[in-house]
Design a protein around this ligand. Structure first.
Ligand code: G4P
Ligand code: NA
Ligand code: NA
Length: 190
């Protein structure tokens, strides 16, 4: 998506060789018009699929997910994060290890918000090692919902997340694909 690539070029800050800081439009301050354009783009990319609900993980997945849900005219649910596991019959939970932060979060969705047989689109801000998406897939499995696909705002093709999802045969659409960071510059794939 050209608009997003331009925004990354303009406002993104490369940290070392693996991390892109985009806290002025995606991870802290939010650019609503860009989020809306991205939501419309995801809806377009997955059109033709029946989608009943959008699922993401707090906090940075929420903005793109809500605009995607708006464009699809369906509800959006976000998994909540907790440091300690709250075992409950009323929740689906999964462990998500963050390589960036070197900590494990438990992600939690109330059972009332996923119904067996529903068709779900997963959205997230970054695809790096794929842990967050794997956590959502685990919850989807436990809830017996069907995952239609995964929409990612920024994919880093040099980390292992994409390969994991491709191996599972999951339909992945990324709005920007980054092949590498070189000398503080973003190298886009394709
Ligand atoms: P994963 O998201 O593929 O599982 O990879 P990883 O474990 O590395 O990601 C941990 C956290 O770091 C996630 O946010 C993820 O979105 C974020 N992240 C990964 N790579 C980058 C990057 O290059 N730049 C930025 N800005 N973030 C990155 P989180 O812990 O879930 O935090 P939140 O922002 O959603 O609250
Ligand atoms: Na994030
Ligand atoms: Na995230």
């Amino acid at each position: 998506m050209k608009l997003l690539e331009e925004k990354i070029r303009q406002d993104g800050r490369v940290i070392g060789t693996e991390v892109l800081k985009v806290d002025n439009f995606l991870n802290h301050q939010i650019d609503p018009k860009l989020m809306q354009a991205m939501g419309n783009e995801f809806a377009q990319l997955f059109k033709g699929q029946q989608i009943d609900k959008v699922l993401t993980v707090e906090s940075s997945g929420i903005a793109p997910a809500v605009f995607t849900a708006l464009a699809l005219d369906v509800p959006m649910v976000f998994a909540r994060k907790k440091k300690s596991l709250t075992l409950s019959d009323e929740n689906y939970t999964a462990d998500v290890f963050s390589f960036t932060k070197q900590e494990t979060n438990h992600i939690i969705v109330d059972k009332r918000f996923l119904t067996a047989g529903e068709r779900i689109l997963l959205i997230d801000d970054f695809l790096a090692n794929g842990q967050a998406v794997e956590g959502m897939l685990e919850i989807a499995r436990a809830a017996s919902v069907d995952v239609v696909g995964v929409g990612i705002v920024i994919e880093k093709t040099f980390q292992k997340g994409r390969a994991i999802l491709d191996e599972k045969g999951i339909h992945v659409e990324s709005l920007a694909r980054i092949a590498a960071f070189e000398d503080g510059q973003v190298i886009f794939a394709d």
